[in-house]
Structures are given as C-alpha cells and as structure tokens.
Design a protein around this ligand. Structure first.
Ligand code: T1G
Length: 703
C-alpha cells in the first residue's frame, strides 16, 4: 500500500499509507502524483486533502531507499512537490501526527496546511548528515521566518504543532484543528471554504511566492556560522544548512532551490552522512532479535529491585526512577545504602542546578526509591538487577539468595561486565529467568545496554528486557555469552595493541593523540587513568590464568605495581597536579618504558599515527569479525552500535565495522598481513578472521 484515493462529495482525499511511518518511497511518490492527476481531471472535485494513515502524516523520505536507484527515480520528492504546486485546485495538507523531513516539505508544497495539536514537526535531515533536500530550506524560512526556520533545520529537533501555530506572523499552518480526531472533518470543511474562494478567481497561495529576507543578512548568517561551527565538529551538514537558508534570502526561489539541491547532493555522498544513516538504521535493527518475534508476550515490570548501592547500582536505579518505576535498593550494610542514596540525591541535585530537572520531578523520583537490608523485602519485585562486586563467587552467592526469595516469574539480571552469565544462571533453579543487563558507567548517563542472553534465557525475558530498555531510553544490543560479550571482548584487543605500541617505542601521549585525532574522545591511556588502571589489572590477572597463551605487554602491570592507578592515585600513565585532571607526560613512566624495552631487547622505533590508528581500530574490526562468526552478535551494525554508544568510537565514522567497510576490507586485510610480520606484535591475532578474509576476498562488506 502506498496512497489511497477517495472522493467525499466535492473533496478528494489522498491518504498516504506506507507503514510504518508513510516513508516517501518511490511507489508512494508515484501514488501521490497519480492521485493529484485524478483529482484534477475530475470536474466534480473542487479541492484535494492530502493526509496520512497510521502513526505519522509522514516520517519523510524513505531512509531505507537511500543509495538505491529508487531514491531518485522520478518522480523524486522535489518533482512531487512541484506537481502539488501546479495543481489548479486547492490542495490542503491535513496533518494528524508526526510530520518530518520530506513529509513536512510535502506539506509545504501544498496550498494550505491544517494541523492537529500535539504533532511532532521537524526537519531532522541534519541528524542524518543531510539537509532538507526537497525545498525545506527554501520554504520553511518563508512561513516561519529565517531565524526560527534555521534553528529548526540546524538542530533537527521536533517542535509541537501548536507551538508553531502560535508563532506571530507564521504562515506555516492555516488552521489548528481542535484535536487529531477532528482534524479530517475540519480539513474537509476548510477545503470547501477555500474552494469557493478560488472558484471566484482568487489565486492559489504558494509558499514559494512568499518573501524571504533577513534584516541583518550577512551579519546574521556570519553569527549563525560561528554558532554552528562549534557544534558541528566533524560534520559538514550544519554549515551547509546555513548556506542553503542563506541562499533562500538572496534571490529568486528557483536559484535557492537549485543551491539547496547542489548542497544536498554533496552531503548525500559524504562518509559522515553514511555513518549517521547507518546509525539510524542500526539502532532500530538492534531492537530485533532474529529468533524472538516482535509480538512475543512481555512480562509486566511494575517494580524493580537493585542489589548494590555503589556507583553502578545507584546509576542503574536512577534509570528506573527517571521513568516512574519504583526501585527498592538493597545493600548489605546501612552505611553503604546511605552512601548510595546520597549519591543519587547528589546526581539529581546537580541536574537541578543545570536546569535539567525541576524540584518537584526530583521529589517525585526520590519518592519512588526505597531501601532495605533484607532480601525478603525485594521478593515481589518483577525484575531484580544485581550490581555487586565483579567476582564470580560473590555473584553466585547473590543469585542463590535471589533464587530462594524472588517470586516465580521475576526476572533475575546481572550487571556483570565480562563474567559468564550461564555459570551465574546455573546456580539457580530458574536459568530461563536469568539475563545479563550490562550497563555502562555512569549508568544513568551512558545510552548503551548490552543484554546478555544466556543459553537458557527465555525468549519472553529477552523481549521484556528489550522493551524495558527502550522505556528507560537505552540503546540495547543483544550479546551472547563469552568473556567480555561484545564491547569488552573487543576492547581487550584494542588495549593489547596499545601495550605493544608502547613496547615498540610509542609514548602514551603519542598513542592517545593519534587515536583522538581519529575521533575518539579519549585515547586508551587517558581512559585508563580516568577509569582506574587497577580495573584492567584485575581482569588481566584473571585472563593470565584463563588464557595463558594470550600475549600482553607487561607495561600496564609494571605501572600498577608502581601503584600508578591513574587520577585516583594522582598518577598513572600520566602525572597529575593535585586536584587537576590535565594529563602531563610522566618522566617516571618514560623511564619505566625505556628500561622495559631494554629488558626485551627492543630498539624503540618511530611509529606513524596511521599505524597506531590502524592497529588499534583494525584490532577491533578483526575481533568484531570473530564475534560475528561466534554468533555473539547478530549483525555487524550491532557491533558498531556498541562501540559508538559505549566506547566513544567517533560518530562520524559510524563504528569500527562500517569504518572497515569504508576503508575496504581488502585494505584492512592487507594491513593486518603487515602487522603479522612484526616480531613484537601478536602474529596469531593478526590472522584475519575467516569471515573477514572471505568478505575481503569476495569484495564484500560487513554491513
Ligand atoms: N524512512 C524509512 N523508515 C523509517 C523512517 C524513514 N524516514 N522513519 C522511521 N522509519 C522506520 C524505522 O526504521 C522503524 O522501522 C519504524 O519506522 C519505526 O521507527 C528529502 C532526504 C518518525 C519520529 O529523519 O525520527 O526526508 O525498525 O522506531 O520511535 O529532505 O522514526 O520497524 O523496521 O523510530 O515512533 C527525514 C526519521 C528523512 C525521520 C518515529 N526523516 N524517523 O519514531 O519509531 S530524510 C527523518 C524518526 C528526508 C528530505 C530528506 C522516527 C519517527 P522498523 P521508530 P518512533
């Protein structure tokens, strides 16, 4: 289905019907034009109403069509809008819900717009690394004013329809309907009113005919560019949005439209836009579990218990309080509970100070929090999440307790970041109710949630947790059980390469600077000093036992043996002034590295930034390929999502697997063959994963 055509007396109604959001794909575009032609040829029809069925008026161009021949197949969207403007009968857009991107541009091509209150209206193309490419940068300023329009276009944020309709002098909406339910009737009545006016000879109003000027012209756009430049680091689209809107104020409509088209075409080809479009689809794909149907019944999660009131437990708790779900926080000792609750209060108070939270919302949330020292008190929770010390023995003891007290059907979740969820489940009589919910610190901020599926985890448990993740505004990715799941398994290889680079002659600062120039927010050594080098130390000690064959640089252990755990001890890979976070290259560390290289008989060599970045990033790619082969992740885009949302991989590169696709898997494999010849590296690791080798050989991509 694409668009339905019906005639009600003297008004034709064209209803977009291309679920889920009436994306304006080729078939839908054709159906709109067919409907317009049919209405124009029907003498009985005096006016045309264009509306949408289902959840949206239209969510815009069909993002899934981008990069395919259909995307620009005529009639493309500009052609459909031109057809709208050429119809000699009044066309009224009746907007009942979401009206975004090309959907809004379509509405702006109509002669009139009637909108229901509560609709989300946006030109969000900039979030896809694009700009409105069907006249939005030329028409929106004409109906809302240049500044309001530019703000909407550069931010991509949605605005409620009643807000826009209330703007003084706006010509965006001709009528605000009483409600979404009343919309169509009101639009039809409005259509008949204007039909009469136009039959009497009044010209049909076109947005393109409205004037578009800014009194301060160059001054304003110069200011706008400066504002945008800061927020648009690594992304070309925002500045081109300014260029396009400026063009709307500088001459004939057609010239501005042409300029917009040029800029849109340029952006469509940028890797940054490919990365953002990939991210958009990856987020939505990740919510689908191949063998768990979308309509799998979900368990009701009305109350949650959290065990452990430390940094993670407190952060996890806040996610549920934030969406109105009561939490009972359990600890072993009262002072730990008091500390945990105090931290939650402090976090909320900080948000109030920043104006991000109101006092009454804060009090509402805190009213949902209760605490206890007794397992019996949490027995009726629908979901319990343990966030206790990262030790298998401790976690097994907790799950034995939970198995004994929790009501039947409660979901038992572990926040472990690497441990074997199957082993934890095995100490209970209900392994089907056990699942991993791996939050990332700070848990109330980081969007990523790894949902770790045990061998016996029930499908309805997975479906429930995935739906709950969306409710608490997390990006959830399902991972299978292995050491480190997806993200931490990959970061181990990244960290190993960082260590080998030090062995071979790099300084921590050189490695950090190279990967930060690539786009990571923080390199591995600054990150280690921030998170605490002792955390990695504890994990390596376990892995030395479990994986004796795995080669590591000893530098990180030497650093920890010196007590240099990072910022928390005032010294790590870098030195720190008391109370300051600025990372200062450390002569002590430099000396340690020199002595260490001597002990290995390594003559330090100059290593290029390119080699640093390739070894760090391709290590992620190769391990990601293994993760796909092992079935730990369902799709490459899930791996990208984990790294973008949880490990600071630069958004404009789209994730390690998409980056490898952009570099070309052939080139990735060639580089790995070179790294495998380095005697101080780990040749075995650099054997390309069979999946990677095959795709490279066949000239294919991960995504
Ligand atoms: N095209 C194709 N599919 C889309 C889509 C779109 N524009 N928008 C959403 N979907 C799919 C999505 O993939 C998912 O599919 C389902 O709809 C539900 O999405 C020329 C070039 C509209 C506010 O950027 O912001 O117009 O996973 O989970 O939370 O200038 O989707 O079920 O298979 O997000 O209710 C500009 C993007 C396009 C809007 C609904 N438009 N979409 O949110 O549902 S470029 C956008 C959204 C453009 C023109 C340019 C949201 C939503 P599946 P969802 P939701």
């Amino acid at each position: 289905m694409t668009a339905e055509y019906q005639v009600h007396g003297d008004v034709a109604v064209i209803t977009l019907n291309n679920p889920p959001v009436n994306g304006l794909g080729y078939a839908t575009r054709k159906a709109i034009v067919a409907g317009l032609n049919r209405a124009e040829d029907d003498a009985a029809v005096q006016a045309i109403v264009l509306t949408g069925a289902g959840a949206a008026f239209s969510g815009g161009a069909d993002i899934k069509e981008f990069g395919t021949p259909q995307a620009m197949q005529q009639p493309n969207l500009p052609a459909v809008i031109a057809a709208l403007e050429q119809v000699r009968k009044p066309v009224i857009a009746a907007i009942h819900s979401v009206c975004m991107g090309g959907g809004l541009e379509l509405a702006l091509g109509c002669h009139y717009r009637v909108v229901a209150p509560g609709c989300s209206v946006a030109l969000p193309e900039v979030k896809l690394g694009l700009l409105p490419g069907a006249g939005g940068t030329q028409r929106l300023p004409r109906v809302l004013g240049v500044e309001t329009a530019l703000n909407m276009i550069v931010s991509g944020e949605a605005v409620k329809s009643e807000m826009l309709a209330a703007l003084p002098g706006q010509k965006h909406f001709d009528k605000l309907a009483a409600s979404p339910e009343a919309l169509l009737d009101e639009a039809m009545a409005f259509a008949r009113e204007v039909a009469a006016k136009h039959q009497a000879g009044a010209p049909l109003p076109l947005v393109r005919s409205l004037p578009c000027k800014h009194p301060q012209g160059d001054g304003y756009f110069g200011f706008a560019r400066n504002m945008v430049r800061g927020m648009a680091k690594n992304f070309p689209a925002p500045l081109k949005c300014v260029d396009a809107v400026e063009a709307a104020t500088q001459g004939k409509f057609e010239d501005g439209l042409r300029r917009e088209g040029e800029l849109f075409a340029q952006l469509m080809l940028t890797p940054e836009s490919r990365a953002l479009r990939h991210l958009f689809l990856a987020e939505r794909a990740a919510s689908k579990i191949p063998d768990v149907p979308a309509d799998t019944p979900k368990r009701t999660i009305a109350t949650v218990a959290v065990i452990g009131a430390g940094t993670m437990g407190g952060g996890i708790t806040m996610n549920f309080l934030n969406v109105g779900i009561p939490v009972k926080l359990l600890e072993a000792k009262q002072e730990a509970l008091d500390r945990g609750v105090a931290t939650i209060r402090k976090n909320y108070e900080a948000q109030i100070k920043k104006g991000k939270l109101t006092q009454d919302k804060y009090e509402q949330r805190m009213a949902l929090l209760s605490t206890t020292l007794a397992y019996a008190d949490i027995a009726n929770a629908d979901l319990v999440i343990e966030a206790v010390f990262e030790d298998m023995g401790v976690k097994e003891a907790v799950f034995q307790q939970l198995d004994a007290v929790m009501k039947p059907g409660a979901i038992l979740a572990t926040n472990t970041s690497t441990l074997d969820v199957n082993k934890i489940a095995a100490v209970t009589k209900r392994p089907q109710d056990v699942v991993g919910m791996h939050f990332f610190s700070p848990a109330n901020v980081m969007k990523l949630l790894e949902v770790v599926r045990g061998e016996k985890t029930a499908k309805d448990v997975l479906a429930t947790v995935m739906a709950l993740a969306k409710k608490i505004k997390k990006v959830a990715v399902v991972a299978g059980v292995c050491d480190g799941f997806i993200g931490n398994r990959m970061i181990e290889q990244y960290s190993r390469q960082a260590g080998f680079l030090l062995d071979e002659g790099c300084t921590p600062a050189q490695v950090d600077k190279a990967i930060e120039k690539f786009g990571f927010a923080m390199g591995p050594f600054r990150m280690g000093d921030l998170a605490g080098n002792d955390i990695g130390w504890a994990i390596r000690k376990r892995r030395y036992v479990e994986k004796p064959h795995m080669k590591y640089s000893k530098t990180a252990d030497l650093l920890c043996e010196m007590g240099r755990f990072g910022q928390k001890t005032g010294a790590g890979w870098y030195d720190y002034q008391p109370g300051k976070r600025d990372a200062i290259p450390s002569p002590v560390v430099e000396k340690m590295l020199e002595e260490h290289r001597k002990s290995l008989g390594i003559t330090p060599r100059k290593i290029s930034d390119e080699e640093i970045v390739q070894r760090l990033v391709f290590a992620l790619v190769n391990e990601g390929a293994h993760i796909l082969e092992d079935g730990i992740a369902s799709r490459a885009s899930d791996i990208d999502l984990v790294y973008l949302m949880g490990y600071g991989f630069p958004l404009h590169r789209g994730g390690p697997m998409l980056y490898a696709d952009e570099v070309g898997l052939f080139n990735v494999v060639q580089a790995m063959r070179r790294f495998a010849k380095n005697p101080y590296d780990d040749a075995a690791f650099w054997q390309p994963a069979p999946l990677l080798a095959r795709l490279a050989d066949e000239g294919k991509t991960f995504n």
